[in-house]
Write a protein that binds this ligand. Structure first.
Ligand SMILES: [Zn+2]
Length: 442
């Protein structure tokens, strides 16, 4: 079985010589050569800048990408159906159960929900490896009471989460259907996953659990479908987020004057952060996004706080920015305490509330090459992007990973008025299908 890269299951039983003879009779010389290479010399028919075009010469692959296109109405229906099941942060269980049922209905094996809440199902290949993990995220940014009804007007769908990431969830199901319909037998095994906790304070908890526990040491390639359009994200922007709290005894602004002041300490810290110098390339950013504290104009506050977000596409730059942040906050504390000779001495807590490691998959790596190649082979435009997605985790671990958009056109992601335009959205489904096939090869 492992001679084959991709083929229809019924052709497997015919045997290679019968198949070749049949092709000769039909005079399909070109198909013969292509299939011969595919069938008996997988090592030479593997990844490479033309893998997309080569795969499309295989009749089973052709049938699968056609099925992905023909299936688009069902894909859009799934997108709406899944989106109408609420999945607020940390409460993805209901949507996860619906997704697990869909996996079972499509015949995936070993369908399960891991401890973190990720939903997994396998489509075995001829061999367990290479092991491709193909995902979309279940969670949304919207709280429980949100109305998740989806409205349809012509080609437009409107509803919170309709693009991000109900589109990805639906495309994953469509890829499975297309592979099944065309009887595509992959060499390696594909595990399909709906992940939890991709957004905001979820802090990638689902995908972190996949690589830490559930699939530890078992993932050769990772694809996340997240976002609309046809972009390929190969740079994972990392971020660190802190909630910083200064504390002291506090007191009357006149009567207790002479005490160190948490709000003044906060001001010192913010002034230092505001003066940070960061590289433009790789893009590195910082922001104090929220501040607070104090009880009245005539009180020395007992508490002040700020929330800080720092990002970079480069792990080293993020690390050095983080070191500067700690220095700035510590120095601000010390200066304020010294200013008042340690009267009403302050303390500070720096709580890490977000930690998304930076990472990148090289533009000339096999997985990015494959994503570009299948996009071109289908006649779609190529765009290499950066972003913060589930792929950050495998990227930071050095495991080949990309995030691809799921097609269509989305607007107002993370807003209640989120919209998705289904015009030609099958492009995304078709591209995802061909990429899954390409990456389940050797
Ligand atoms: Zn998303």
């Amino acid at each position: 079985m492992n001679r084959a890269i991709v083929r229809r299951a019924h052709q497997v039983s015919k045997g290679i010589w019968a198949r070749l003879a049949g092709m000769l009779r039909l005079g399909h010389l070109r198909a013969l050569l292509g299939s011969f290479v595919l069938a008996v010399a997988p090592a030479s028919a593997q990844q490479g800048p033309d893998i997309g075009a080569r795969l499309l010469q295989d009749p089973a692959v052709k049938a699968a990408v056609q099925a992905a296109r023909d299936d688009e109405a069902q894909t859009i229906e799934d997108q709406v159906r899944l989106c109408e099941v609420p999945a607020p942060p940390f409460k993805e269980t209901e949507r996860g159960n619906v997704y697990a049922d869909a996996f079972r209905a499509l015949g995936l094996k070993n369908v399960r929900v891991d401890k973190e809440g990720n939903v997994l199902g396998e489509r075995p290949g001829a061999a367990p490896r290479p092991h491709l993990v193909f995902t979309a995220h279940l969670d949304t940014v919207f709280p429980e009471e949100t109305d998740v009804t989806v409205k349809r007007e012509g080609t437009m769908l409107r509803g919170p989460g309709i693009g991000d990431d109900c589109r990805g969830l639906a495309v994953v199901l469509s890829v499975i259907r297309a592979l099944n319909k065309a009887n595509v037998q992959t060499l390696g095994t594909i595990t399909f996953v709906g992940t939890v906790g991709e957004e905001g304070l979820g802090d990638l908890r689902g995908v972190k659990a996949l690589f830490r526990d559930t699939l530890k040491g078992q993932v050769d390639r990772f694809v996340s479908i997240d976002g609309t359009g046809l972009g390929i994200t190969h740079i994972g922007v990392g971020s660190l987020r802190y909630r910083v709290v200064f504390k002291g005894p506090g007191g009357h602004s006149y009567g207790a004057f002479g005490l160190a002041n948490p709000i003044h300490a906060l001001g010192r810290a913010m002034a230092k952060i505001g003066d940070f110098q960061v590289p433009r390339e790789p893009k590195t950013t910082f922001n104090v996004g929220r501040i607070g504290g104090g009880t009245s104009v005539n009180s020395i506050a007992f508490e002040s706080w700020m929330e800080v977000d720092m990002r970079s596409a480069d792990a080293a730059s993020l690390k050095s920015l983080d070191a500067n942040f700690h220095k700035a906050v510590d120095a601000a504390l010390e200066e304020e305490n010294e200013r008042w000779s340690n009267n009403g001495r302050l303390t500070v807590d720096k709580n890490l509330v977000g930690d998304r490691p930076a990472g990148r998959t090289a533009a000339n790596s096999a997985i990015v090459e494959a994503a570009v190649s299948v996009t071109k082979a289908l006649g779609f435009p190529v765009s290499l992007d950066e972003g913060s997605t589930d792929s950050n985790i495998p990227m930071s671990l050095g495991i080949p990973a990309v995030t691809i958009d799921g097609g269509g056109r989305g607007t107002a992601a993370h807003a209640l008025g989120e919209m998705f335009d289904t015009t030609n959205s099958w492009h995304g489904t078709q591209r995802a299908t061909l990429l899954a096939i390409a990456l389940a090869q050797k």
